[in-house]
Design a protein around this ligand. Sequence first.
Ligand code: GAL
Length: 550
Amino acid sequence: MVKYVIAGIIILIVVLFLLWCLHQKKQGLCPICTLKQFVCKSKLTIRIPGNEFYNGGDAPTPPMGWSSWNSFRNNIDENLIYDTAVALKESGLAEAGYKYVNLDDCWHSSVRDENGCLQGDLSLFSSGIDTLCAKINALGLKMGLYSSNGDYTCEDLPASLGYEKKDADTFARWGVEYFKYDFCHNVKIPSVAPLVEKVEIRMGEKTINLVSDDAKLSGLACINNDKRLESGKYISFLGQGKGKAEFNLDCEKNGSYPLTLVVKKSGRYTKYLIVQVNDKFYEMFFPETKAWSTVGRYQCEVELNKGENRIALFNPVCTRADSAYIQYKRMGEALRNASPDKPITYSICEWGRNNPKNWAWNAGNLWRTTPDIRPYWKWINIIYNKNLALAEFAGPGHWNDPDMLEVGNGKLTVDENRTHFSLWCMMSAPLILGNDIRKYNVDSNDDVLEILKNRQMIAIDQDELGHQCVRYKRTSKADWLVKKLSGNRHAVCIYNRTSKLTELSFNSSDLPAEITQISEYTEVWSNKKYKGQAFKIAVNPHGCAVFVSK
Ligand code: GAL
């Protein structure tokens, strides 16, 4: 009896699976590809040609500044921001290199203005973001803003998905020079493509119709019959990066022309298609279908050249990473175009969810590699480990971002503050302060201020080679990191992971072979000189020693 029940269940599962496959096929989807998505969710499947780094922003070395989030969350206003900017100057932090004053979430109003532009919180930033930016600039500092690659920010305020150009233009108009783009309320670009009956191009008095028989199809793309359509045929399987339809079109003169896609209506889900005309890309979105008609008309304006043109239709989005990449790149391009003369450094913040190491260097200047930082040692240590493994992806103009600093926050000890800062500098991380700095002036005799202003440590972070350190030795007690520096020098950081004072040794013969052996070092935090190939040092709990070679 049990045997029959099990056999029945198995047969039912198989039948349901086959029905599901058939349903997928009917919708123009590839069932195997859909299944694959569950297995390798965030793998980028779009090919990025060559090693094309993002060519906007200004980040030859890791950006340095301050952000409102870690200390103030949603409690910010224009006075707090301006006072912080003044404190950056008065404390000497600005002179040490911290130049961005970044407003994180909650700087803006829940309503866009009458032109559809974002605007500062109407009462907390009542003088206007442009005025605040001008005041910050007058101090010799730069302003940064924040939004999310979604319908709303993480604090549920209006965000920039679908408004990329408008918002980038607004930020540029205000004089913004740093932009952090979060991932809350993100809406994935659909992997499904519409079923295309024909492409219509209006040229003066005549309309050119390109139908399925005119197309060169590749991948899984294929032609299907449907008597209800005027041409009796449509193209399917253009989705999930698996199929493409290409057409040739002759045009009499250069110009902008309306292109209409006539699509067979199908499915209660949204669809997406890229229309590539020569080397330009046009994104098209299609709503879920609830209509009675068999076909719908969807339009965009495209640039055509005199002579032969190539039109390609495809949807390259297979995974969530593909979608994130396209959306982040869209904003990067909008920022670059909006402000060509005053570059906006572009910080991607999707918490390392979509494997940004595979694409973010092509879309922006820096990208978060981890979930949000917290001012607890255990958590900082986890974040450090995650980011450390990504050394090969960092370099001038494109940086791994293990999140903003918590130095001076929570109950971190002096050693923990020092180590946190040292590890971030060794990893060529952006140095965005997260503490309340309004209490400092140049004379403040404060451990935290001294740490953040340590010139030797900052120089390690800002070294022009832009190498992120690697761990060359690890024991149950400590990590040994080395970072190549310009001028044939290097820095070694010995980090005591234990909560006990520990004697640790440095031996230059342990260093990786490509590091030029040098036997004269200065320890950054004590400023003591060390000579010789090997020496021992007692390191405090969660503390570190950082040696810079001569
Ligand atoms: C998080 C982000 C934080 C902060 C916050 C604002 O997603 O990682 O750094 O920006 O949103 O709501």
